[in-house]
Design a protein around this ligand. Structure first.
Ligand SMILES: [Zn+2]
Length: 59
């Protein structure tokens, strides 16, 4: 699994004009609002994204 994740939108202003930072590895810079940010992969959810439909109506 790649550690690099590419954001599609700036989390602050929502612009798509993002470019990888040359100063900091894994950081991204938004050309629209001049913010720099980093994405961090924290790990997998222990239970996954379970639907809470257990115990519901069954067909
Ligand atoms: Zn931005």
């Amino acid at each position: 699994m790649s550690e690099r994740a590419a954001p599609f939108y700036c989390p602050y202003c929502g612009d798509e004009d993002l470019r990888p930072s040359e100063e900091k590895h894994g950081a991204w810079e938004c050309a629209a609002c001049s913010r720099a940010f980093q994405l961090k992969f924290l790990g997998l959810l222990s239970q996954g994204l379970k639907r809470s439909d257990s115990g519901g109506a069954q067909i």
